[in-house]
Design a protein around this ligand. Structure first.
Ligand SMILES: [Zn+2]
Length: 449
């Protein structure tokens, strides 16, 4: 008599085959087992043999698979999973401690944080690499929000994409940021400059070149950011930049701005960020995107909107008056009365005094506070004319808006596709901004100049 376990395994395969030959006939495996069992009992050794062979074979495969599932060592995978869990815990501990110490010392409003967003052309499976298209970083704190000197934004030229990835890159570009994919490995390459200026920006603005602070990325952008930054570190020899969870930072910040806990779970911070109520704020984009038909896909716009959302939710609770253009859009109405209690969740809606606010301290529904909806009709809130208020022409912005505007001959009649055409003077402007003539210009080469 064969061992019970081997016999059972063989029966399992027979039972599965039995079920698959009779689709819809059984409600569960128990019913299949009962029906198949009657046939199985009547089968002789020869008839059972194929199933026993299969069971035996599978058993061997399973034994091997313990070590080589999809070509990977299971122990290694488990180790990596454990490392991820520990990394996440370390990240949480860091954020909790950082904010706790700031609260204890009364310095929370001045504690700086770096928010990052990266647009990309494609992800190549073969070399496990994201090819960046644009990087935006904003250093902010609750007291001052975001100011122009604390903003970094560059269009990236990663050189030729891997063979076969151009059409994918074109598709991604078309569906999102609309930055044309690079065509040449020589003229469409500036990642060394981007990395140099990025690390320089963080070293300089953090005031400590020995220890670089983490950067915070939204969940859906985190893999891209981690990948691009670690490639920069590896390829150009810069110190590692840690990428932490923006949602978790927001959650802890929000809860520590008041004595009582406001949000019970990080998901609430995530939802608040996902509302993206400043999405319609089109003029906080970089010079490349400001006249495009996708200004909201700009990395610079992403990070500024994030700062606005965080400030909108947190500042009032630490007694900071919102400054238009720094904490909220330039023309936001900041004189709207605040409710007395903020103990309800961010999505609670019970406002009767809502004029046409751009910001709402997290109390209004998405529909009521939708920036784009408001900005189209409101006289209280108009789109922020960033160029008019000085724009972001810091050392780390890729182009000076004031110089860039006059050089754009088509600016009066831009069609949907026209924004992709860059003025030839862009190259010169960018070179000046991008590092004392180190660069060849950011976007000019994409267009054959
Ligand atoms: Zn942009």
């Amino acid at each position: 008599m064969p061992p019970k376990k081997a016999c059972k395994n063989a029966f399992y395969y027979y039972m599965i085959e039995f079920r698959d030959k009779r689709p819809g006939q059984f409600n569960n495996l128990q019913e299949v087992a009962q029906a198949a069992g009657e046939f199985w009992q009547r089968m002789n050794a020869n008839e059972r043999k194929p199933y026993e062979t299969r069971a035996k074979g599978t058993k061997n495969v399973q034994k091997v698979a313990k070590y080589t599932s999809t070509g990977e060592n299971i122990e290694l995978v488990q180790k990596q999973q454990m490392e991820m869990v520990m990394k996440e815990q370390h990240m949480k501990d860091y954020i909790i401690e950082k904010i706790h110490l700031s609260v204890e010392s009364g310095m929370l409003p001045d504690e700086p944080f770096y928010v990052i967003h990266i647009n990309y052309f494609c992800y190549c499976n073969a070399n496990k690499r994201y090819y960046p298209a644009e990087i935006g970083i904003a250093k902010f704190n609750l007291r001052t929000g975001i100011i122009q000197d604390n903003l970094f934004n560059m269009i990236c030229k990663p050189g030729s994409l891997p063979l076969g990835y151009l059409s994918l890159a074109k598709q991604i570009s078309e569906d999102s940021h609309q930055i044309p994919p690079p065509m040449s490995s020589e003229t469409d390459y500036n990642l060394d400059e981007v990395a140099y200026l990025l690390w320089k920006f963080i070293s300089k603005t953090s005031g400590n070149s020995n220890y670089l602070p983490p950067v915070y990325a939204a969940k859906k952008n985190q893999a891209v950011v981690e990948n691009v930054l670690s490639n920069f570190s590896a390829n150009f020899g810069y110190e590692e930049l840690k990428t932490y969870s923006l949602e978790y930072l927001f959650f802890e910040l929000r809860n520590n701005c008041r004595e009582e806990k406001v949000w019970v779970a990080p998901t609430l911070g995530e939802l608040e960020l996902e509302k993206d109520k400043y999405e319609g704020c089109s003029d906080i984009s970089c010079p490349y995107h400001i006249y495009s038909d996708v200004p909201n896909h700009c990395s610079q716009s992403h990070v500024i909107r994030t700062v606005y959302t965080i400030c909108d939710n947190c500042c009032a609770d630490v007694g900071i008056e919102l400054i238009p253009g720094q904490h909220v859009p330039k023309k936001a109405n900041t004189n709207i009365p605040r409710p007395h209690s903020r103990t309800t969740s961010c999505s609670s809606v019970s406002q009767t005094n809502v004029g046409r606010p751009v910001y709402d301290h997290g109390y209004l529904s998405r529909a009521e506070s939708d920036y784009s909806a408001v900005s189209e009709t409101s006289t209280v809130v108009d789109a922020v004319d960033f160029a008019a208020v000085g724009g972001f022409d810091s050392e780390f912005s890729q182009a000076d808006t004031e110089e860039w505007f006059p050089a754009l001959p088509e600016s009066k009649g831009l069609s949907a596709k026209q924004p992709l055409r860059r003025p030839t003077t862009q190259s010169a402007v960018v070179s000046r901004n991008v590092g004392k003539g180190r660069g060849k210009g950011i976007a000019a080469n994409f267009l054959g100049n």
